[in-house]
Design a protein around this ligand. Structure first.
Ligand SMILES: Cc1cc2nc3c(=O)[nH]c(=O)nc-3n(C[C@H](O)[C@H](O)[C@H](O)COP(=O)(O)O)c2cc1C
Ligand code: SF4
Length: 483
C-alpha cells in the first residue's frame, strides 16, 4: 500500500533547515531566526479593545473536552482544563470551549450547555481560570475571557455520541449522504431559526451574568452558524444572497447589542471551506468527486473547490465591522469532513485519513488567508489559528507573524492541551520544553469520536494514566488491525 511520509518537524535541526523545507514546498511564511522575550517581543505588546486591556498577543482557542455533566455543567476535568488555560500566560481566552445554547444543539451529550439552572457553575468555571491566572501572574487586569456559544446544527448528537440528530438548513449533496439524511428530512423552518436566534441571545445574557466579557457567536467548522453562510440553496430570508445567509448572524449580534449593552461580541468563523474529503483505498485523504460548480461551501472557489476564495470572507468582516464587531478569529474548514484543512496533523484521528499534503501546507493556507484578511481590514483585531503543527518553529513563526502584521493574535489550539505553559515560557525567556510540544497524534480528536473525554493522552499524565487511556489504546489497536 502506498504511504507517503512527510518529514517530521522535529527532524529539522535548525531554523535554516525548517526554512529550506518550507521553500521546497513553495511556502513563504514569516519566520524569525531569533526569539525575543518580554517586553521586547512583538508577542508581548498589549492591545486595548473596547476599554479592555489585553496584555499580550497569545490567545487560547476554544477546545471542547466532552467532559461536561448531563445537564451541561462543567465537571472537575473541565475546570482543570480551564485552570491550565488561565495559567498559560495567554491574555486572551477565546471562549474556553464551544458551549451549546440548547440541549438539542449539543454536539455530544457531554458538551457544555449554558442555561438558567447552571449559571453559577459557569461563573465558578470562569473563576477557576481567572484565579489560576492571578495566582501565577499576579494580576488579571489585562486578561480578557469570553465564552463561545454555539448550536451544533448538522452535527448535533445530544443523546449519544453515535446517534446523530442533525438540524439542517439545507440539503447538502455530500454531507447528507454521509450522515444518512434522506431527501425528505425536514430542514429547520424560519420560525425554528428565530427560536434558535433567541436561544443565542439568552445564552449571551447568561454568559454576561456568569462574568464573561464577551461572547463568540460561533460561525465555524460546519456547525449551524457556519452552515448559514453556505445556505445558497435555501429559499426565504435565511438563504440565497449574501445578505440572507448572514441574516442569522446579524440578527443575533444586533439583538445582543441592543438587549445586553454591557456585553461585547466577537465572531470566530471558517473563512474558507474546501469540498469534503474521504479516505481513499490507500488510506490517504482525497476530495469527494464532483462535476461542475460546487456551490455548497462558504469561501470556497465554486469552479475549483480545492481552493479558497476569500471574497465573501472579506465581505463578512466588513459586515461585522459595520455592526461594530471588531474582534474576529479566523479558522477554516471542518473537523468532520476536511480535518487536514481545519487542524493540520501528521497522524489522523480515527475517523480521518492520512494527510493528502504536507501538514505545513494546511498551516500556510490558514496563515496566508488570515494575513490577507488582516491586510484588507486594518481596523479589525484578528486572531489566527492552526499554529500547533509548527511545533519547534511555532515561536519563530508566531513572533514574525505578529511583527509583520499577518495577525494581531496567535491562537493556540492543541498545543494548549499538551503544553499550556508555552506562552509564559516564551515571554519569560525560558527555552521551549520540546517534550511537551503537541506532535499532532490526534488522540484528543479520536477519543471523543468514541465517547471518551478529550485531552492530550500521549503527553499529559492526567490523561495518560487515566482509565480511559486503556480504552483508547484498545480502540486504536482494533482500528490499526482493521486497516
Ligand atoms: C479536541 C479539540 C476540540 C476543539 N473544540 C473546538 C471548539 O469547541 N470550538 C472551536 O471553535 N474550535 C475547536 N477546536 C479547534 C481549535 O480551536 C483550533 O482551531 C484547531 O485545533 C487548530 O489550531 P491548532 O493547530 O493550534 O490546534 C477544537 C480542536 C480540538 C483539537
Ligand atoms: S492528543 Fe496531544 S499530542 Fe495529540 S494532537 Fe492532541 S494535543 Fe496534540
Amino acid at each position: 500500500m502506498e504511504q507517503i511520509r512527510y518529514p517530521r518537524i522535529a527532524s529539522f535541526k535548525s531554523v535554516e533547515s525548517f526554512l529550506e523545507h518550507l521553500h521546497s514546498l513553495g511556502l513563504d511564511l514569516p519566520v524569525d531566526r531569533a526569539m525575543e522575550s518580554a517586553p521586547a517581543s512583538p508577542l508581548a505588546l498589549p492591545v486595548m479593545w473596547r476599554g479592555n486591556l489585553i496584555g499580550n498577543r497569545f490567545c487560547i482557542l476554544p477546545m471542547e473536552g466532552w467532559d461536561g455533566t448531563a445537564d451541561g455543567s462543567p465537571s472537575e476535568k473541565t475546570s482543570r482544563r480551564w485552570l491550565r488555560f488561565g495559567q498559560s500566560g495567554a491574555k486572551l481566552i477565546w471562549g474556553g470551549e464551544a458551549t451549546a445554547v440548547s440541549r438539542d444543539g449539543r454536539a455530544n451529550p457531554r458538551q457544555l450547555w449554558i442555561h438558567k439552572g447552571n449559571v453559577k457553575e459557569f461563573a465558578r468555571l470562569r473563576a477557576a481560570l481567572v484565579d489560576g491566572h492571578r495566582a501565577r501572574f499576579g494580576t488579571t487586569a489585562d486578561l480578557l475571557v469570553g465564552l463561545q456559544i454555539t448550536h451544533s446544527g448538522r452535527f448535533s448528537r445530544p443523546e449519544s455520541h453515535d446517534r446523530p440528530e442533525p438540524k439542517i438548513l439545507y440539503h447538502h449533496p455530500i454531507l447528507d449522504r454521509r450522515l444518512s439524511i434522506p431527501p425528505g428530512y425536514p430542514v429547520l423552518s424560519d420560525d425554528e431559526i428565530r427560536m434558535i436566534r433567541d436561544q443565542f441571545v439568552e445564552a449571551a445574557r447568561l454568559a454576561r451574568d456568569a462574568g464573561f466579557s464577551f461572547v463568540d457567536v460561533k460561525h465555524c467548522h460546519g456547525y449551524l452558524g457556519h452552515e448559514f453562510l453556505s445556505a445558497f440553496d435555501r429559499p426565504g430570508p435565511y438563504g440565497g444572497s449574501f445578505e440572507n445567509r448572514t441574516r442569522f448572524l446579524r440578527e443575533v449580534v444586533e439583538e445582543i447589542q441592543t438587549s445586553i449593552p454591557d456585553l461585547n461580541v466577537a465572531v470566530r468563523f471558517s473563512a474558507f471551506d474546501l469540498i469534503p474529503y474521504q479516505k481513499a483505498a490507500n488510506g490517504r485523504g482525497t476530495p469527494e468527486p464532483w462535476d461542475g460548480l460546487y456551490q455548497h461551501g462558504f469561501g470556497c472557489d465554486a469552479r475549483d473547490p480545492l481552493q479558497p476564495d476569500l471574497a465573501e470572507a472579506r465581505k463578512l468582516i466588513a459586515t461585522l465591522a459595520e455592526l461594530g464587531v471588531d474582534l474576529v478569529c479566523v479558522s477554516a474548514g471542518s473537523p468532520y469532513y476536511n480535518p487536514h484543512v481545519q487542524r493540520p496533523a501528521l497522524f489522523p484521528p480515527s475517523d480521518g485519513y492520512d494527510p493528502p499534503e504536507d501538514p505545513l501546507v494546511g498551516v500556510a493556507r490558514q496563515l496566508l488567508a488570515t494575513a490577507e484578511l488582516k491586510r484588507s481590514h486594518e481596523g479589525i483585531l484578528i486572531v489566527g489559528s492552526a499554529y500547533s503543527y509548527l511545533q519547534e518553529y511555532l515561536p519563530h513563526v508566531a513572533q514574525a507573524a505578529v511583527r509583520h502584521g499577518w495577525t494581531d493574535f496567535v491562537g493556540l489550539g492543541r498545543v494548549a492541551l499538551s503544553y499550556p505553559g508555552l506562552p509564559a515560557d516564551l515571554l519569560e525567556g525560558r527555552p521551549v520544553r520540546t517534550a511537551l510540544l503537541c506532535r499532532t497524534f490526534s488522540d484528543c480528536t479520536t477519543a471523543p469520536r468514541h465517547g471518551l473525554p478529550s485531552g492530550c493522552y500521549p503527553l499529559d499524565d492526567y490523561y495518560r494514566k487515566s482509565p480511559e487511556a486503556a480504552q483508547l489504546r484498545e480502540i486504536k489497536k482494533l482500528r490499526a488491525s482493521n486497516r
